[in-house]
Design a protein around this ligand. Sequence first.
Ligand code: APR
Length: 241
Amino acid sequence: MSAKIDIGAEERVFVLTGAGISAESGLPTFRDSNGLWSGHRVDEVATPEAWKKNPELVWRFYSMRRREAMQAVPNPAHHALAVLESRLGQNFFLCTQNVDDLHERAGSRNLLHMHGELFSSRCEDDCGEPVFPDQNLYESESVIPRCKCGARLRPHIVWFGECPLGMDRIMHEIDRCHVMIVIGTSGNVHPAASFVHWARQRGPWVRTYYVGPELPANAAAFTEVIQGRAGEVLPDCLREK
Ligand code: APR
């Protein structure tokens, strides 16, 4: 019999997703053997220091990821979460560490990108110009885009050493959820890896589920670990009784 995630009427659900949910859409994860961090050094492409030292390399890296994400399509796991949201309405909240837009394209709406968004850019100096949608590829040496103020434009991505976005909202949602479902994240990067602990601290009535093919680093904190590829197991786990 397949595993089931029970959600009672009126219960609030907090979902956290990581790179694993987009793996079946063809996007690489970070820490798997063919992951992004096996082919690229974090400190050369994903830190404020990397940006200062070599913005061209950083833009080439994020342009490559834009190109890959544009070609990807949502998989059954993204769709299953959108269906769950349509059932639960405002009782559903989705926090993703992913910077791709596959959740939006599957139909998710109550969604927060805590590590930024691949298809947005912003001024490196925070001059007051708002973050804006940007699908351009900046791949050749001469094309580092500029803000109206003259400073460089950077990807709207939370790099290592920077603060995740929307933490007040995230903590508010964890504080009122009854069920937490974490999908496809290795449990190595904080604060996201701590969310399950924060939820459990509220009391024994909070149920926490992990869905993914391997045990995450924080596996012991979950009420239940459902092992399998998200696109294969999640739609069934979330099916209405
Ligand atoms: N379904 C579900 N999970 C999967 C699948 C799949 N089909 N394939 C792989 N996974 C799991 C792996 O088992 C692994 O535990 O996805 C996880 C991916 O882990 P990481 O590569 O560490 O990615 P993530 O946890 O999202 O990384 C967190 O680190 O590099 C930063 O900012 C980046 O948001 C990222 C953060």
